[in-house]
Design a protein around this ligand. Structure first.
Ligand code: ADP
Ligand code: MG
Length: 609
């Protein structure tokens, strides 16, 4: 049930190529057609131009063959063929660019649409899918176009080479065989070189990633602080330069081999052309061939060789594009694990109930929750405590259906969360996560996006800010609630500013308080960013606004949960104790011991990292 459903296998070469071509066809059918036709035309032009030129040369050098008007016509036609090439290239360049942009846009849109369909968290927290996601993102941008360009240039070259071979066969068949041998040697050598390039870049990708990591460290504001105080700047610079240098050495090694191969192939190609040229020249002298045939031969050799070189050099990037596109297709076509049910939940009237809930993040990892059964009565203020890693945040992820339990059920007034309409359920829950978000938006919008429909309702935004005890701070900002808040220290944009960790947390709290319909308000460890007084204040406000709402607060500051209707102690994936503060103190268990320790002012943060 929890294993991520994945497409059975990665796409084959043919599927991947078809996807890229299909994308172009679907997004811009007319432009694709124009590009294909122009490309084929461009492929045919060199042979046509060379043939016209041959007849022109023959007409000029052997006066008996053609009259003046024919020579004039051939000269004009050759000229037109010559102009046609740059003209077609210019038009093709523009249309192809417009097609590339459309394809890239569509590919990225499809990718992010698919990602947004992933209603759960597993896809984004699983390192395997995350790796593929990064690759898919880079693929969406360029890979379909790289592949389409490769396919088009194969077509273009096929027409060019085919055209010349056809012309040459008519002129003198054996030269075709000579040219084919030269091409084959060239292709084999280039394929070997590009394979080596792909292998090296795969082997070096780890080094490149590490190098990037060090580079980020050396410029990241948070890291910069620590690097300076620990005297680590040159340590990491050394590591970065070391990684860069080793990537450079590997590249140089491959290119050394490539240069040797290239030199050998060029030599061989040169020998074949020279031999062909000699034979053709001798046959011209003996009168078996014309001077025009000689020009045709020279044009053919040049065209065929440049085609082969061009094709083979783009072979490497095509292989890479296919590989990247496999990741793209995998991500795009991954089915969503969390699916919405159909029942629209009403306001919570009875309780949220966890029945023997078991959960682990992957089938290989340990159980985080091992049979949790708990009733959260409607309207109750529930405190959740437990040591770091006990599974408190995980429990919240299950309550909000970012994950589903592997075994057991969670019921909302008796209905399984899986049967509820997901969006409606989430509108009924307001959560401030432990790792809350800081958006590069104005203070007002940072709060207002808690309920998009009310984003411009300043009165509600201010009221949420009041409830979260952050309104006064925001009013004092240079632009008041309209001040742009930036996540980065020393915000660069004029008028932008940033807040301290605890202030950000209160903004996040205000955001979740924007959810007017929320029946369930969840706060995950506000203590990590709030001082004792602020936490107490927030808690009191929560108590005030709680009428009709149910709240679940995770805290390691036991004193702030003292008034809760129910305190739940989570330990080793099960509920070790639960009851009111008085009951738990009476019971003299783990909670009671910790409470006494904290109350005596000693070890206040005993349950934190
Ligand atoms: N995305 C994740 N993937 C794998 N393991 C995780 C993930 N998130 C949390 N865990 C593990 O689950 C356990 C419970 O984590 P969590 O619910 O965050 O604990 P708490 O909030 O009580 O400190 C920890 O052992 C943690 O390492
Ligand atoms: Mg946590």
């Amino acid at each position: 049930m929890t294993s991520v459903r994945r497409p059975a296998a990665d796409g084959t070469w043919r599927q991947v190529v078809a996807t890229a071509a299909g994308l172009g066809w679907r997004v811009a059918p007319r432009r694709t057609l124009v590009v294909a036709v122009l490309t084929l035309g461009l492929g045919a032009l060199p042979a046509v131009a060379a043939l016209l030129f041959k007849h022109l040369v023959d007409g000029v050098t052997s006066p008996g063959v053609a009259d003046d008007s024919r020579v004039v016509a051939l000269a004009l036609a050759s000229g037109v063929a010559g102009i046609a090439v740059p003209l077609v290239v210019a038009v093709l360049g523009y249309v192809a660019l417009s097609m590339r942009l459309a394809v890239s846009l569509a590919a990225q849109d499809a990718l992010f649409e698919a990602l947004n369909r992933q209603a759960g968290l597993r896809f984004f927290e699983d390192s395997r899918s995350l790796d593929r996601l990064r690759l898919a993102e880079s693929a969406a941008d360029v890979a379909p176009n790289t592949l389409n360009a490769f396919v088009l240039s194969v077509l273009q070259c096929a027409v060019t080479i085919g055209g010349f071979l056809g012309v040459l066969v008519v002129t003198w068949p054996p030269v075709v065989a000579l040219l084919l041998v030269a091409c084959a040697v060239d292709v084999l050598a280039q394929v070997r070189i590009s394979r080596a390039r792909v292998r090296t870049s795969e082997a070096m990708s780890e080094t490149v990633r590490r190098q990037l990591g060090y580079r980020l460290l050396l410029t990241d504001a948070r890291a910069v602080k620590e690097l300076r105080l620990f005297g680590l700047t040159d340590f990491f610079r050394g590591k970065m330069i070391g990684a860069l240098a080793s990537a450079g050495r590997a590249e140089l090694g491959v290119e050394r081999g490539a240069a040797r191969s290239n030199a050998g192939v060029s030599l061989l190609g040169g020998l074949v052309s020279a031999a062909g040229l000699l034979v053709v020249a001798l046959r011209v002298r003996s009168g078996a061939l014309t001077i025009g045939d000689l020009t045709l031969f020279l044009a053919a050799v040049a065209s065929i060789q440049s085609c082969a070189v061009g094709l083979v050099s783009s072979w490497g990037s095509a292989v890479e594009a296919v590989d990247l596109l496999r990741h793209y297709l995998w991500v795009r076509d991954s089915p969503a694990e969390i699916r919405s049910g159909a029942v629209v939940p009403g306001p919570l009237v009875s309780a949220i109930e966890l029945r023997d809930v078991w959960f682990r993040y992957t089938p290989e990892s340990a159980w985080v929750l091992r049979g949790v059964s708990l009733v959260i009565p409607a309207g109750a203020a529930v405190g959740l405590v437990g040591i770091n890693g006990a599974g408190k945040s995980t429990l919240i992820k299950l309550l909000t259906r970012l994950y589903d339990p592997e075994r057991g059920r969670i019921l909302w007034d008796g209905t399984d969360l899986r049967d509820l309409d997901l969006d409606a359920l989430r509108r009924r829950v307001g959560v401030t996560f432990q790792d809350y978000m800081q958006y590069d938006l104005s203070a007002s919008d940072n709060i207002g996006i808690g309920d998009l429909e009310a984003i411009d309702d300043r009165a509600r935004v201010v009221s949420a800010a009041e409830q979260a005890s952050i309104a006064d701070t925001l009013r004092r900002l240079p632009g008041g609630f309209d001040t742009l808040l930036s996540r980065t220290f020393g915000a660069d944009e004029a008028g932008a500013t940033t807040l301290s960790g605890g202030q950000w947390q209160r903004v996040a709290l205000a955001r979740s308080l924007m959810r007017g319909e929320a029946d369930l308000v969840i706060l995950d460890e506000p203590s990590s960013g709030l001082d004792a007084e602020a936490e107490h204040r927030v808690h009191r406000t929560l108590g005030l606004i709680r009428q009709g709402r149910t709240s679940l607060m995770v805290s390691h500051r036991l004193a702030s949960l003292r008034d809760a209707d129910l305190i739940v102690v989570l330990e080793d994936g099960v509920i070790a104790e639960q009851g009111t503060h008085a009951e738990l103190v009476e019971g003299d268990g783990r909670y009671a011991r910790l409470f006494v320790l904290q109350a005596s002012g000693y070890l206040e943060r005993s349950w934190t990292a």
